[in-house]
Design a protein around this ligand. Structure first.
Ligand code: AMP
Length: 244
């Protein structure tokens, strides 16, 4: 597949680099991605969200992805890679981006490495910062089975950990909360297994490259965010200075 070139710029007083968030489903990648996006002014690119939008719009991609996603399996690369290439080539990614849910396999990571090798700053390649958010199995189960969201304003709740004020309706607009189809217990098991099998090897892949930063995702969300910002700052400073 053709790899498009994108160029990144590091603003003088801040950092802007590609950020990859790794972590099991329910680890809090989406929450942290939103905070990083707000802090650095770079877009959050969630492959799961893009796929779900395609399902809602009933596009050809959405029609092909729907049943695979409902089973909790990974959508094939021939659908996901062009979708990611297209998104990363958009102008708003020129100062960096946060990948949330991609890469999911070593093959996707190798593809991304090649894609990013073609992205340069004055001839200098900017390696992504890879942050792994680690959460134990029982905590993940509770987060996933309890997750509900408001279909109107997208606010996310957890019926065990962060329940709405009154019975399963949104605090902000009163709309009935919904559960993602793939957050049902039988699908969660498949998603967590697919993570163990296909995505966990990525941690080793990035560790070997010396790019992995690991964060305890069971800490309070503010603390996870603070540690994530510090990891990004440190890696970006080292990249700007010509390090790995
Ligand atoms: P997420 O919202 O990240 O939990 O993703 C929801 C579902 O979208 C996954 O269970 C997969 O079916 C699909 N998906 C998201 N990202 C990818 C990816 N990088 N590769 C393949 N399938 C993906």
């Amino acid at each position: 597949m053709a790899v498009n070139a994108v160029s990144y710029r590091i603003p003088r007083n801040d950092v802007a680099v590609p950020v990859i968030l790794l972590g099991a489903p329910g680890a809090g990648k989406g929450t942290q991605a939103k905070r990083i996006a707000a802090r650095y002014g770079i877009p959050q690119i969630s492959t799961g969200d893009i796929l779900r939008e395609n399902i809602v719009r009933n596009t050809e991609l959405g029609q092909k992805a729907r049943s695979v996603m409902e089973r909790g399996e990974l959508v094939p690369d021939d659908l996901v890679l062009p979708m990611v290439a297209d998104r990363l080539s958009q102008l708003d990614c020129a100062q960096g981006f946060i990948l949330d849910g991609f890469p999911r396999t070593v093959r996707q990571a190798e593809w991304l490495d090649e894609f990013l090798r073609n992205c340069s700053l004055g001839g200098q390649t900017i390696p992504p910062v890879v942050v792994s958010i680690n959460v134990g199995y029982n905590q993940l189960l509770q987060r996933l089975t309890g997750r509900r969201s408001c279909p109107v304003d997208q606010k996310i709740y957890n019926i065990y950990l962060q329940p709405p004020k009154s019975d399963c309706v949104c605090d902000l607009c009163g709309t009935q909360l919904v559960q993602r189809k793939d957050d049902r217990e039988e699908v969660i098991a498949e998603r967590l297994q697919s993570y163990q099998r296909q995505t966990l090897p990525l941690v080793e892949y990035y560790r070997r490259q010396g790019r992995l930063r690991e964060i305890n995702g069971e800490l309070a969300a503010d603390q996870v965010a603070a540690e994530t910002f510090a990891a990004i700052q440190e890696s970006a400073a080292s990249a700007a200075a010509g390090g790995a």
